[in-house]
Design a protein around this ligand. Sequence first.
Ligand SMILES: Nc1ncnc2c1ncn2[C@@H]1O[C@H](COP(=O)(O)OS(=O)(=O)O)[C@@H](OP(=O)(O)O)[C@H]1O
Ligand SMILES: Nc1ncnc2c1ncn2[C@@H]1O[C@H](COP(=O)(O)OP(=O)(O)O)[C@@H](O)[C@H]1O
Length: 633
Amino acid sequence: MDMNAPHSAPAPQANALRLRDAATPIVIVGHVDHGKSTLIGRLLHDTGSLQDGKLAQIVESSRKRGLAVEWSFLLDSLQIERDQGVTVDSTRIPFRMDGREFVIVDAPGHRQFLRNMITGAADAEAAVLVVDALEGAQEQTRRHAMLLRLIGISHVIVLMNKVDLLGYDQEKVAAAEASVRALLGQLEIPVDAVVPASAREGDNIAERSPNMPWYRGPTLTEALADVPAPSSRSNLAFRMPVQDVYRFDDVRFVAGRVERGQIKVGDTVVIGAHRTMARVAEIGAWHAPVQAAAIAGQSTALRLEPDVIPDRGDLLHTPDAPPLRAARIRTRLFWLRQEPLRVGESFTLRLATAEHQVTVASIDAVVDMDDLTERPAQEVPPEGIAEITLAASEAILFDPFSPGSSDGRGVLVDRLQRIVGGAPLIGPAELAPGERSIHPTASRIEASDRARARGHEAGVFWMTGLPGSGKSTIARAAETILFSRGIDAVVLDGDTLRAGLCADLGFSAEARAENMRRAAHVSKILSDSGQVVIAALVSPSAAERAEVGRIVGEGFAEIHVATDLATCEARDPKGLYAQARVGKIRDFTGIDAPYDAPTAPALSISTADVSVEVAAAQLADFIEQKVRVRDAG
Ligand SMILES: Nc1ncnc2c1ncn2[C@@H]1O[C@H](COP(=O)(O)OS(=O)(=O)O)[C@@H](OP(=O)(O)O)[C@H]1O
Ligand SMILES: Nc1ncnc2c1ncn2[C@@H]1O[C@H](COP(=O)(O)OP(=O)(O)O)[C@@H](O)[C@H]1O
């Protein structure tokens, strides 16, 4: 049954609603070459979990012939199977131990690891941190350990690997263990067990090693067996995100996975978004034994009375312990995009089966990956970690992020459906004194669709130059030329803005910065709506112009109207230079206020050397070449 098909007609298979025990996801991490792959191969073999009989045979026959088994080859074979699409799930390797199911979340590279961890592919309950006993903790050991802490993995088992190379020497192993414990202690990561082992030789993996009689602690599999199973979440308050609603013979079933708690026939549930109440009349009971209850980790289907119809994404909960409800949410962000994140950007927040439109209302702190301290910042750097506030246009139901569970594990998705960040939700965002609760909305229209409709892309062409350099004159002339070529540009002129929007501002450095900030935001709004913007402001400070570039983002181009001071002063179209020279006007740019010329403008026009017509044509040509949508054919 396609669980993603909306309200699909029934084609029930007997196992569609088969209730199964939840597997315990574990993630295996560690510095490259410290033995991760070998460990996975060994663990699968020693627990008899190699489903592919051939692989097991190869292992056995090479052992019988006295050949060393390269355990990591096992993993490579699995990888090849996955590449060929043989294995359905590309990141999860199941294995069983004493009747209990585990899933190894295979995360080859660092990036992949991070992505898997935070997208919820790895609801990892526990992590095995593999450390080469010879080399001790390395840079990646440290980074992975920090991520485990930030992600909130609650059970960490350290596998001190390759102790055969230390001759199983108790003292040497103890020294290596002490250094790893010191590192994890520094990072305040509690450790369930430190297991001295050799994945290659099989010491202390599934079998107690005869080579280390001095070791009294658990083997790796014993340590894993101590990790609480996900079903222990069945004692928490009931939550079931609605995956879909199915109809069978006019009977409707609400399908989903019980994330926490349990539900029995006869219980009352609340359908989160609308706060409607209903009674559970039946639990997943066709082509399968009738269930009286469903518990955390099970996929199930409920028949409700009255027959209410929740939407995909609604959260079912019990009335006594409701989830939090907030439209502003403090979020820990694992940012995956290659460009920085800035305030005002909008995304889809995916939370279990729900999707909400959210905007980044503030960036509250960025985590320094070297020492885990938090500091204020304007933006989140590529692949950075931060605390941000997300604002939605409606209240979102959620339980705060809790390690090892699916609670509050949000993911940010951009307009192209790319996952750009993991966003564990921490709690409702308190408004700081004086702060207003704002919930910006984002357009649903794609920039590419606007460009197609208008015949050109958007852009912000920011002209800077001394008073009288010719900014306004050229901007207006270029506007006319562009219009005749089918490009509708809008001119934001300093003098014009100052007559209205910025009428309250003077010419101090602060007032100019504010003037530019406003003009930048207006430019941004206009260009987001597909407009070509020509801004003509003195904008004397290079730092403030850089800030404008940040506000506008993509499509910003700095244009220097590089007319020299003498020429501007000679022109003095408004007589302001003359007044500034005699002190009637103070802080006049070029006379008694500074002007930082751009060092690398996208275009430079010196009107001292060319006519208005030529200068305007230069500008219009430049803009047209930047924004014109080229025919694909
Ligand atoms: N003290 C002082 N310094 C600079 N300019 C002055 C000043 N006082 C008035 N004017 C007139 O205001 C226009 C500059 O406004 P802007 O908004 O472009 O300036 S800024 O970017 O905020 O620096 C500028 O217009 P343009 O000549 O079109 O540049 C001036 O005519
Ligand atoms: N090549 C040229 N380009 C632009 N302006 C010129 C040129 N030659 C002379 N001027 C004159 O210089 C003055 C420029 O003033 P303005 O456009 O208001 O400058 P700004 O907006 O930079 O203060 C106008 O009076 C304009 O007629």
